[in-house]
Design a protein around this ligand. Structure first.
Ligand code: FAD
Length: 476
């Protein structure tokens, strides 16, 4: 009979996504002896294997395909592209392999003990690990960092076990290019993956229960995206609920309940269910510790990311919204530093959010929607990209940059952008907010010409009444 191997470590990190590996690396850099546990062969988690990275690799392909179609407007007519799906999939997998392999290497160089397996708490200082190779291991620790992330949510009454039914993980496999695809959910994951399939030639329908795409995002930004979404997608059904999905004759037959009470039926080759994500807080043995989980399944943490159990920290998707990779990484650094005895806390003023659709949508800090909901008075300066030289050279005047500021102090509270490359531009707003910048700081900062970053400067100018490339008649 084989006995369980015993490992003793100062810090154990459970889950090697962007939260977990960042925490493990920082703890090791700060001199701690670290063990990192994950089910995959290398660190990376959902972000690298099944999320951010593969989706952005495929969105890059989508961008090339879409731009090649639009190049005719500039006098360059490409032949319809030939798509080699196996090669595309291999390229995406190669991107993932390179990055996760690199993280594995970084783990070794830091002398981190990486265990490939599933961990469960036995008590507040012990984990039982079932290794992927079939072996068992007991890990005793001084501190644990829980970073088990999240998984795609499913509506059980609608989910059917069929290769025609996909969640985001399945959709990223691009097993084929279906003739028709229904995306259930108008959130960012559904829209990003819908964009990929639409660019490959699939007729994509998006169905969303609420009155607009990207619930929670400012409507003026979404309006710009919706205008293009209506061209890229076959249709966008709003205020419509899916009530039944059944597989018949190699199709998925979907019943929709429309706003006016009508029930209609349509059939699709495939359905992608993207209705949010659920934290992985079950089956971890948390009941054997003092860790508290709230009614949404998130682990409760304080500003140091310490749970109700003094030995255990939690970071990333499992520790609450926003469920974004960069939020998890920063929490990971904080938890590792606190464990190493440093004074650190997770108190960001702005966490950027980026939707990598076409056009991209990005925001940080206070949104106009949040200001309205809180009854907070704000001043908003909006610079339309129709007046941007750079946007015109790209043939992409469909954009807006807006600064949200305190009318009394002129302090920048939020930045929001819809337009090509918005995800790259948003960091200027994050820095401004974190540095406590006022609008004139941005206005007086010389931005390079011709770039889209000038739209941030011009929106700051506009805050004071006029900007160079727009004329607003004075109110009499
Ligand atoms: P995860 O990345 O979820 O990793 C958790 C790890 O823990 C997993 O590897 C899991 O196998 C492991 N694990 C779970 N239970 C155990 C256990 N008991 N024992 C051992 N290991 C365990 N975010 C962005 O910021 N930008 C984007 O562009 C973006 N795009 C996305 C696109 C898609 C399609 C999806 C699905 C997500 C996207 N996200 C994006 C979200 C992002 O992937 C997550 O916010 C991020 O991965 C969360 O990181 P994490 O460290 O909390 O955990």
């Amino acid at each position: 009979m084989s006995s369980a191997k015993n490992t003793n470590t100062q810090v154990v990190v459970i889950g090697a996504g962007p939260g977990g590996y960042a925490a493990a690396f920082r703890a090791a850099d700060l001199g701690k002896q670290v063990t990192l546990i994950d089910l995959d062969k290398n660190p990376g988690g959902v972000c690298l294997y099944r999320g951010c990275i593969p989706s952005k690799a495929l969105l890059h392909v989508a961008k090339i395909l879409n731009e090649s179609k639009e190049a005719a407007d500039f006098g360059v007519d490409f032949k319809p592209p030939k798509i080699d799906l196996d090669k595309m999939r291999a390229w995406k997998n190669d991107v993932v392999g390179k990055m996760t392999g690199g993280l594995g290497e970084l783990c070794k160089r830091r002398n981190i003990n990486f265990i490939q397996g599933r961990a469960q708490f036995k008590d507040s200082n012990t984990l039982d690990v079932e290794r992927v190779d079939g072996g068992k291991e007991t890990v005793t620790f001084e501190n644990a960092i829980l970073a088990t992330g999240s998984k795609p949510a499913r509506i059980p009454s609608l989910w059917i076990d069929s290769p025609r039914m996909m969640d985001s993980t399945g959709a990223l496999e691009i097993a084929d290019i279906p003739k028709s695809l229904l995306v259930v959910g108008g959130g960012y994951i559904g829209l990003e993956l819908g964009t990929v399939y639409a660019s490959l030639g699939t007729e994509v329908t998006v169905v969303e229960m609420t009155a607009g795409l990207l619930p929670g995002a400012d409507r003026d930004l979404v309006k710009i995206l919706a205008a293009r979404a209506n061209k890229i997608f076959k249709s966008v059904l709003l205020e419509t609920r899916v009530v039944e999905i059944a597989e018949k004759a190699k199709k998925l037959h979907v019943k929709f309940h429309e706003k006016d009470g009508n029930e209609v039926e349509q059939s699709f080759d495939k359905v992608l269910m993207s209705v949010g994500r659920t934290p992985n807080s079950k089956n971890l043995g948390l009941e054997n510790t003092k860790v508290k989980v709230n009614d949404k399944g998130f682990v409760e943490v304080d500003i140091n990311r310490r749970t109700a159990d003094p030995a255990i920290f939690a970071i990333g998707d499992i520790a609450g919204e926003p469920m974004l990779a960069h939020k998890g990484s920063h929490e990971g650094l904080v938890a590792a530093e606190v464990i190493a005895g440093h004074k650190a806390a997770f108190e960001p003023l702005a966490i950027p959010a980026v939707v990598f659709t076409d056009p991209e949508i990005a925001w940080c800090g206070l949104t106009e929607t949040q200001a309205k909901e809180a009854g907070r008075k704000v001043e908003v300066a909006r610079f339309p990209w129709g007046a941007s030289g750079r946007a015109t050279t790209l043939g992409r005047n469909d954009g807006v940059t807006k600064i949200i500021a305190d009318p009394e102090t002129e302090r920048i509270l939020g930045l929001a952008i819809a337009g090509s490359g918005a995800g790259e531009l948003i960091s200027e707003g994050v820095l401004a907010i974190e540095m406590g910048a006022v609008v004139s700081d941005v206005k007086l900062t010389i931005h390079p010409h011709p770039t889209l970053s000038e739209t941030v400067m011009e929106s700051a100018e506009l805050f004071f009444g006029q900007c160079t490339h727009l004329y607003r008649p004075k109110k009499s």
